[in-house]
Unconditional design. Structure first.
Length: 449
């Protein structure tokens, strides 16, 4: 197999700066999306030129962007000439379709759950860390963080928990490997637990009839919540188990989440934009097609922004509604390192103290960007005026949130070193709202996110 990564040194003191692994969601979406659209060292503009991103997370950390699982980005098992089916988006070889390029060929069922993806990612991470002295001899730090987004609400807790388990085995000598110093896990707008989060999809519905349908589909007999309950009762190891969880996934996504897409006419990633006006623009996809770029980064296959084979494989196992990711997050919070509904549902040693902590303004250079609830090493922050990809919409706030987390400062102001009993104080609920934004007219665009 061939796994692609792109590693960037920290702009300041890379020798001692921590190492952060960034993972995109999907499942099947590539981490280079966020490299170029959100937090990487450069952006790509409409003329396909690169520009410096002054708010890149490489300001404070070495960052590793990983294209995973196989078939995503420039990662592949085998590669063949062929094309992508215009309806399904999956690869078709040259014998059944025309040749548009060289594409990854994979058996997506080999990694069709978050847990399996975690195992594969750990092996890649260990290989990367083992080769780092040859790749970049200046970097000595073993401080490790994992940050992720969207389906990363699954990836983050599961990967981090599995990585910790392997780290413990390395420490006690039962397996060989490179021991890491775990620093932090960050999740941006993640889907962690569908059973909790599905109830909030209807709140985005505009039409009262649609809203009522979504609420009914969520709670009706054999509806979304019931079917998630059926999935929870399985061991999630057999085809029958997968079928039950897959049915729950389809029920919830089609009937509780789906009406927003069908009737809302607003963007998936930013409700202030029309659904046909993708934001941010994906100019980088065409940039990665340039011969000189492909030669420079050592690739010889077409770039795959999102792999539908991977997505459908995860869909067939029902991974979307598996209930264990909240449990993984609870396990992580037992470690000694530094959407709201999920944060309040986490059951760990300091659950009550976290729930009792109030919201306080999250401020950077005197500007309020959001609200933070924090107790000890666990925090939840609402960032104002931001769509799904928060670092794109609020780069200043996102960089400081990241920086403060990595180096153990309070999230709200970045002036206090947090300890086990640190707590924010303030109002019990995050109630900040913005006035309704009229839906603008879609702008012409050839870029699809």
């Amino acid at each position: 197999s061939h796994t692609f990564f792109w590693f960037f040194e920290a702009r300041h003191d890379p020798k001692n700066a921590p190492i952060t692994l960034w993972l995109n969601g999907g499942p099947g979406s590539d981490s280079l999306i966020r490299l170029f659209e959100e937090l990487g060292p450069c952006r790509i503009n409409s003329t396909l030129d690169s520009t410096i991103n002054p708010h890149s997370w490489t300001e404070v950390s070495n960052v590793l962007f990983l294209s995973q699982p196989l078939g995503v980005g420039f990662s592949y098992s085998e590669a063949e000439p062929g094309s992508l089916n215009p309806f399904t988006g999956v690869f078709e070889n040259a014998s059944s379709a025309g040749i548009q390029g060289q594409y990854p060929v994979i058996d997506a069922t080999l990694i069709d759950t978050t847990d399996l993806a975690a195992h594969a990612a750990w092996e890649i991470l260990q290989g990367f860390m083992g080769g780092l002295p040859q790749l970049d001899h200046r970097i000595k730090s073993k401080d490790f963080s994992l940050w992720t987004e969207s389906y990363g609400g699954h990836y983050g807790p599961a990967f981090f928990n599995y990585f910790h388990e392997q780290n413990e085995k390395i420490a006690n000598g039962t397996v060989e490997g490179i021991h890491l110093n775990f620093n932090s896990l960050g999740i941006i707008n993640g889907i962690i637990d569908e059973g909790i989060q599905a109830s909030y999809y209807p709140e985005f519905a505009v039409n009262d009839t649609v809203y009522n349908y979504m609420k009914f589909a969520n709670q009706m007999p054999n509806g979304c919540q019931d079917q998630i309950g059926y999935c929870k009762q399985t061991n999630r190891t057999s085809l029958a188990d997968y079928a039950i969880c897959s049915e729950a996934t389809n029920m919830c996504r089609d009937n509780v989440e789906g009406p927003y897409y069908a009737f809302g006419n607003r963007g998936v990633y930013d409700i202030r934009h029309p659904s046909k006006d993708p934001t941010p623009e994906s100019y980088y996809v065409d940039y990665l097609k340039k011969d000189w770029v492909m030669n420079a980064i050592g690739v010889n296959i077409n770039y795959t922004q999102s792999n539908n084979d991977v997505y459908y494989a995860f869909q067939q196992t029902g991974d979307f509604v598996w209930p264990n990711f909240l449990e993984d997050l609870e396990e992580i919070l037992k470690l000694p390192f530094g959407g709201e509904a999920v944060s309040l549902a986490v059951n760990y040693t300091h659950t009550e103290q976290f729930r009792a902590a109030g919201y306080t303004p999250m401020v950077v250079d005197g500007v309020e960007y959001g609200e933070t609830r924090e107790y000890g090493n666990f925090s939840f922050t609402r960032v104002y005026q931001a769509g799904h990809e928060v670092p794109y919409y609020q780069p200043v706030a996102s960089l400081q949130l990241f920086n403060r987390t990595l180096f153990g400062w309070d999230i709200a102001k970045g002036t206090t070193k947090i300890g086990p009993d640190y707590s924010t104080s303030g109002k019990a609920k995050a109630t900040h709202t913005e006035s309704s934004v009229p839906l603008p007219t879609a702008t012409p665009s050839t870029s699809v996110h």
